[in-house]
Design a protein around this ligand. Sequence first.
Ligand SMILES: Nc1ncnc2c1ncn2[C@@H]1O[C@H](COP(=O)(O)OP(=O)(O)OP(=O)(O)O)[C@@H](O)[C@H]1O
Ligand SMILES: [Mg+2]
Length: 279
Amino acid sequence: MFTYKELHAATNGFSEDNKLGKEGFGSVYWGRTNDGLQIAVKTLKAINSKAEMEFAVEVEVEVEVLGRVRHKNLLGLRGYCAGTDQRLIVYDFMPNLSLLSHLHGQFAGEVQLDWKRRMKIAIGSAEGILYLHHEVTPHIIHRDIKASNVLLDSDFEPLVADFGFAKLIPEGVTNMATRVKRTLGKPIEKLPGGVKRTITEWAEPFTIKGRFRDLVDPKLRGNFDENQLKKATNVAALCVQSEPEKRPNMKEVVSVLKGCDHSNGKEMEMRIVLSTKRS
Ligand SMILES: Nc1ncnc2c1ncn2[C@@H]1O[C@H](COP(=O)(O)OP(=O)(O)OP(=O)(O)O)[C@@H](O)[C@H]1O
Ligand SMILES: [Mg+2]
């Protein structure tokens, strides 16, 4: 769909100045095509390495998956370029970059994410994941949900990106979650003695005691909806339980976040009390 030459020109020769992020499997470059379209190009530098092999598989999964997936909260594929030694994926460029950049990155100082926008991001991301889990066949488990993979368009509508690690679930398999192993939350702080604590471990004692206000980003200066905060925290706590069968499905998550289901909010509180008592 794109030629290497076109993408090379659009990204100013994959110049360092156009780079959007760190070196992982590949790099992501900002670019502008001849007809003025802003794009993000995911590429790969290493040659003949294990990383390249993994990236090649990732690209194939991604292209295959993205080709079939269309949802307002999922970052679809704009195109790709698969030559003999170059594999590049092209997305629409998201002008507000990632959720991470607003929480902890280059936009963090600007505090553009008020409570309303944060709820919109939570609900939209959840709807994107709901679509992957329940609506597309075969079902898809993303396996790499994190703030840098939630991109924001000019309207702060969230688009979940990076299906590279996606796991396609064959029809009829219902207990797939038990076979997916990823960490729940990454270490955010080192305690004395060098023990690392994850964000979920940090949040848990506050959630159990109902001290929801202590979880809120101070940058919001107390401007948040306490009822929504409670619901969102409770449902998040249920989602990060280690036993997959205890977790709510994404339909339940979306309905709680949207506040459509009032009984569910209560039920969530019950479940969280029960599950913390049991463990
Ligand atoms: N379409 C896009 N528009 C704007 N920024 C993007 C786009 N795609 C990716 N980025 C940003 O580019 C950076 C690099 O992305 P990349 O996916 O390589 O790394 P990552 O998201 O940090 O980790 P992972 O490889 O696990 O997804 C990230 O900060 C990401 O948010
Ligand atoms: Mg990413």
